[in-house]
Design a protein around this ligand. Structure first.
Ligand code: FE2
Length: 401
């Protein structure tokens, strides 16, 4: 049976009704622009050769037929053919777009019972291991990698398994240790409230790796919070506060002897469909607010409401980093914090680096494609968020509370 049950022609589009129910509209201009033939698209590069600008928005098909493929002869004689599966994958009605959107698995403090984790050996054992690691990061916004060698630069070798290391003004890697004359609060023993790193950069750093090399000091417990879950709760309980944090631009500024990097961004960033895509929040480097004076008090009230939500014990996942643990988290979603520690009781040394999420998620898509091609069973297993069963791997020491 053909996947296409019937076709209906309208002045500017085709309506495809699928054999298993439902329908999708495809506009003529969209179909002509997305022609897959070898003259319209380079077969090797996969890039468009066809001149999009040349498509008239009132072009018409001369004939349309549908079997497994939808075949259209255009009024200039050009023939386009679309596999029905390709059409379904690229349908752009509201339901199809919603189904394709990222579906983060939101979490709260109860994730401490079974935090997303995987051992380095499992990551290296197979492509499935690497895919599982990347899915945890995509779906939960973080994963803790176990058994990473406790030597310097092991974090770089871990990062390079999925992406390129992203250098910043803090270097290719950064050492989170208490040191004299720090240019960043991370390099002290102070408590750090939940924050995202480097919100002042236009191209935000997005995946962060923090590898524990030594942790003998008293205190210094780590905290992660799902900022998307906190923002969801804010939107549900105080939509005005959510809207202020989404719209008021905050000046973020980092400054030391060698650099001064500043940009203005709101705390919450949503896409055109209203989905939250990014959080930028680091009050340590919030420059003096310069916005509409009428918004100052409401903004601070909203910021306080969100800040209190972020430190709600119901949301905070507390744990103690042990040597060999590496937190890998999405810095645009998951906020991180740490309790104060006493450097006189022992050394605490974490080494960190950043990588670009585009590279890591691109690696995941490639793995999904390759594994699906090598094992058709893998296609069905590959689509949803990581299941509870898939969350753990290796032994994660108990959390601190
Ligand atoms: Fe940080």
């Amino acid at each position: 049976m053909s996947p296409i049950a019937s076709l209906e022609r309208a002045p500017d589009r085709l309506r495809v009704t699928w054999s298993d129910g439902g329908h999708d509209d495809f506009h003529h201009v969209w179909l002509r622009d997305n022609c897959r033939c070898e003259t319209c698209r380079d077969p090797a590069a996969g890039e468009r050769l066809f001149d999009t600008v040349s498509v008239s928005s009132d072009l018409e098909p001369r004939t349309v037929t549908a079997a497994d493929d939808l075949v259209i002869e255009w009024d200039d004689g050009h023939v386009s053919s679309f596999p029905s599966r390709w059409l379904r994958e690229h349908a752009y009605g509201p339901a199809a777009r919603a189904a394709r959107a990222a579906q983060p698995t939101l979490w709260d403090a109860s994730i401490a019972q079974d935090p997303p984790h995987i051992s380095l050996a499992q990551i290296d054992a197979s492509d499935e291991g690497r895919r599982r690691w990347l899915r945890l990061i995509r779906d939960y916004g973080f994963a803790i990698v176990l058994d990473v060698p406790t030597r310097e630069d092991a974090v770089v070798q871990l990062a390079e398994r999925i992406a390129f290391v992203q250098e910043t003004n803090f270097g290719r890697t950064f050492e989170v240790v208490s040191k004299p004359d720090p240019n960043n609060l991370a390099y002290t023993s102070h408590r750090l409230f939940s924050h995202t790193d480097i919100p002042n950069r236009h191209s935000a750093v997005n995946l962060q790796l923090l590898h524990c090399i030594q942790n003998d000091a008293t205190g210094g417990e780590s905290i992660l919070v799902d900022g998307f879950e906190a923002a969801r709760r804010l939107q549900a309980t105080d939509p005005d506060a959510f809207e202020l944090l989404r719209t008021v631009e905050v000046p973020w500024r980092f400054q030391d002897d060698d650099t001064e990097i500043q940009n203005r961004f709101p705390v919450l960033h949503t896409d055109r469909d209203g989905r939250l895509v990014e959080i930028r929040l680091n009050t340590g480097i919030m420059a003096p607010l310069d916005t509409d004076p009428e918004l100052v008090v409401p903004f601070y009230r909203a910021l306080r409401t969100f800040g209190l939500l972020l430190r709600d014990p119901d949301l905070e996942y507390h744990f103690r980093m042990a040597p060999g643990h590496c937190q890998v988290f999405d810095n645009q979603r998951v906020l991180h914090a740490r309790a104060a520690f006493d450097p006189s009781t022992g050394r605490r040394h974490l080494q960190g680096c950043y990588v670009d999420k585009d590279d890591a998620l691109g690696r995941l898509r490639t793995l999904e494609r390759q594994l699906a091609a090598s094992d058709s069973v893998g296609v069905a297993a590959g689509d949803g968020p990581a299941s509870h069963d898939a969350r753990g791997g290796g032994h994660l020491p108990s959390t601190s509370r």
